[in-house]
Design a protein around this ligand. Structure first.
Ligand code: NAD
Length: 345
């Protein structure tokens, strides 16, 4: 079998694909991705009412269910061939540093979803882990050494959110070891792109900074407030790379129950991200730095040695290119909202 086996290579078009958290950014995009591949039975759920979903994909069975409730997970997973769990109470640094209890409580979603997938006889289960599962003591310098998979242990994950991801990874490992259900675990590094959160407190740096540039231009107040000193570094993965990577990781026989990085290895300092957003917007803004705001670890990058070896692939969309598409999408959202139209936020 090729290193890059995908759903289209192993599933029948009418096999049931189930996705949790599809009212949100990544799972909504994943539902659209599978729909575009011609799969005819896709069932998705989110606790948000349908009118708040970022994308409702036509032809996809879309349910409003709270997946921290086990019965609801059973309903969702019934008859599934594959289950993708991306539902989680999460957001950018502003959210995960302030609401650690909410982040930890996502363990209920993961434990109920994996058990329901198992009871439904699903062949494969996907879990969206995070780079926040990595040991934070390795991330104190902006000139960070990229994180490789073994850096999660000895464990010292990001408080709340990161620990929840790490223990949920372990559930995936043990459901395979003890019960034989094939599980896949991807550690996402900051995902961005159209159809993601761009306002309201849960948004991440690329969307937040694009919005701030757009706002500054619109209001004529040519200033931008940056969280932290702006020297902090991250890598950002474009959404299309993420959905493709999920598909390949899920269907790799070599990666069963094995956590793997899914992220870009292009390291960007927040100050440089601001400069790119300014350039796209055609403005130059006066910068202020809020040193008391949440800033997360000093630096984080994805070491892609393992994914390149296993899949012969890594997320490759250049950040500048993805940011431009994201900026334009947020600008449309911003203008639509101003015009009184309903938008994603
Ligand atoms: P998102 O917030 O846009 O989507 C998550 C969705 O889960 C939301 O729509 C939310 O309503 C839903 N949800 C929360 N609690 C629920 C519940 N009890 N029942 C049903 N639905 C519930 O986030 P996203 O960016 O699409 O992230 C998807 C997954 O990827 C999450 O597991 C997240 O931790 C992980 N991840 C994302 C990133 C990133 O940069 N976006 C990075 C690392 C990991």
């Amino acid at each position: 079998m090729s290193k890059q086996t995908k759903a289209k290579d192993v599933l029948n078009k009418d096999d049931l694909i189930v996705i949790g958290g599809a009212g949100g950014f990544i799972a909504g995009s994943l539902a659209r991705y599978f729909k575009n591949q011609g799969f005819t039975r896709i069932r998705v759920a989110d606790k948000k009412p349908l009118y708040e979903w970022y994308q409702v994909v036509p032809g996809v069975e879309s349910l409003c269910l709270d997946l921290s409730d086990e019965e609801n997970c059973r309903t969702l997973c019934e008859g599934a061939k594959e289950v993708y769990n991306l539902a989680a109470d999460m957001g950018g640094m502003g959210f995960i540093e302030r609401f650690r209890v909410e982040c930890l409580r996502s363990i209920l979603i993961n434990t109920h979803m994996i058990e329901s997938a198992y009871r439904a006889g699903a062949e494969r289960f996907f879990f969206s882990s995070s780079a926040c599962a990595y040991n934070v003591t390795l991330q104190t310098d902006p000139n960070v050494r990229a994180l490789k998979e073994s850096d999660a242990y000895p464990a010292m994950s990001e408080r709340g959110y990161g620990w929840e991801k790490l223990i949920s990874e372990m559930f995936c490992e043990e459901y395979y070891a003890e019960r034989g259900m094939k599980t896949a675990i991807a550690r996402f590094h900051n995902v961005y792109g159209p159809n993601g959160t761009w306002d309201g407190g849960r948004e991440k740096a690329p969307a937040a900074l694009c919005r701030k540039v757009i706002e500054a231009k619109d209001c004529g107040k040519m200033e931008i407030d940056i969280w932290g000193d702006g020297l902090q570094t991250r890598s950002f993965m474009y959404i299309d790379d993420c959905t493709q990577g999920i598909d390949m990781i899920m269907h790799s026989e070599e990666l069963i129950a094995t956590a793997i990085n899914l992220g870009s290895s292009e390291l960007i300092a927040i100050n440089d991200l601001v400069a790119m957003a300014e350039e796209i917007g055609g403005v130059k803004l006066e910068r202020t730095h809020d040193l008391d705001a949440p800033r997360g670890v000093a630096g984080r990058n994805s070491d892609n040695t393992f994914i390149k070896k296993m899949l012969g692939w890594e997320p490759g969309t250049p950040f500048r290119e993805g940011l431009e598409k994201t900026y334009k999408w947020i600008e449309t959202q911003y203008n639509d909202r101003k015009a009184g139209k309903r938008t994603v936020s």
